[in-house]
Design a protein around this ligand. Structure first.
Ligand SMILES: [Ca+2]
Length: 202
């Protein structure tokens, strides 16, 4: 894999005393960032120039004790995918039928983006400037039972527009609009949208 250091300084956040998953000493800031990028449960890290100390954290949304270290959010590029937590995403600005979008993701070792929370839904939306994207989700097997398009696991989160989903047996796939809301649409290859792929880090 290739890594690009685009982590950002979280600003005024102070380093937490809890949530440490790994402590490394005697390495550079860049190496500290890489260590966090490649560890799936690392969401942020602290680095001390004075001590060349590197602490990896599984949270960056914590109340913390005073410290002179700087906190960084571990967001970066991994093989062209933008890291957020345990997942990384890539936005494709190319209009493709669903089957081709799935294939394009698979060629990257990825799957269609499957937002698992309101925060992740907003994050996925922020990755694209396109008006409509394919996201993971299908109820083609059992009407009304929505599962991930690629993996078949039950969707853990929904963000339907009202009164969606309303297509019954004619609409068994999902698009996300520019408002972040979901609409069920036909899966047939006569419709083409942009899409976002995701990988889960391990
Ligand atoms: Ca349906």
């Amino acid at each position: 894999m290739s890594y690009q250091m685009t982590f950002r300084d979280c600003g005024t956040d102070m380093c937490p005393n809890d949530y440490i998953i790994k402590e490394i000493s005697g390495i550079s800031l860049r190496s500290c960032a890489t260590s966090c990028l490649i560890q799936f449960n690392c969401l942020g890290f602290c680095y001390s120039n004075a001590e060349q100390g590197c602490n990896l954290f599984n949270s960056f949304e914590v109340s913390v004790a005073a410290s002179y270290h700087r906190m960084y959010c571990a967001r970066g590029e991994i093989d062209g995918y933008t890291r957020r937590g345990r997942k990384a995403y890539r936005s494709f600005a190319s209009l493709l039928p669903l089957s081709d979008a799935i294939t394009a993701c698979a060629q990257d070792g990825a799957v269609l983006a499957m937002p698992e929370s309101a925060a992740e839904n907003a994050w996925v939306l922020s990755l694209t400037s396109e008006s409509t994207i394919w996201i993971s989700g299908s109820d083609v097997a059992v009407e009304g039972t929505w599962v991930a398009t690629d993996t078949g696991i039950a969707l853990p989160y929904f963000r339907w527009d009202v009164p969606e989903p309303n297509g019954g047996r004619n609409e068994n796939c999902i698009i996300m609009g520019s408002d972040g809301l979901w609409v069920d649409v036909p899966c047939a290859d006569d419709r083409a949208f942009n899409f976002i792929c995701e990988k889960t880090l391990s």
